[in-house]
Design a protein around this ligand. Sequence first.
Ligand code: PXP
Length: 249
Amino acid sequence: MSTHVRLGVNIDHVATIRNARGGAVPDPVRAAIIAEQSGADGITLHIREDRRHVREDDLFRMVEAVKLPINLEMACAEEMLAIALKVKPHAVCLVPERREERTTEGGLDVAGHHNHVAPFVRQLREAGVRVSLFIDPDVRQMEAAQSLGAPVVEIHTGAYCEAVAEGDQARAARELEAIRVAAKDGAARGLEIHAGHGITYKSVAPIAAVPEVRELNIGHFIIGEAIFVGLPTAIAEMRRHIDLGRSGA
Ligand code: PXP
């Protein structure tokens, strides 16, 4: 089993704070540089249609300033595809997006929207961008991801993390089992397995312990912790929990 689980730090919510007042601070690019210096393995950002957090100029500045792989989350929309093809980040994660949602509420239904998703996967792959599909822990979605030719899937961990946060151990155990089963199925299909959404210090270790998981993308909790302890400490502490989970401690 690969021991190092990569940690992608999502800096969207630094931009959320900036946007609360307009202006230029706090700068999400500065956060990405600090994350790079603090042991992050990648930087993740989500350009939404409504630009509620990062914007194109943040992405352009980010690729100039940061050497780490950049993972751009985006909806299957022509506007976003044009941005991605211009910037050619290391990776694009295709996510569902609804204007009224507070955050990405469920995975992309790649099984139900195969024909809509297919040209996005194809064009990004042709441009040399590593494509991942953000899906629920569901074997049917794994099968569809494989048939779409995406090399990577990111499993939505929101339901599991919510159960952990609510202290509902039975539901957390069921949701974790669904993640385990889906990860195993996906890896057997040749997909690289990532996971993310809603992860905290409390929920991360069992996900990091899933042997097929190679990368975790974590944002809201790390940025929230950073308010109290600073970004380097929050990242180091998350790294410690990931490594503990992976080692089975
Ligand atoms: N992965 C994906 C695909 C996401 O859309 C998000 C939220 O933008 C995350 C991971 C990070 O979730 P959180 O901010 O809850 O850690």
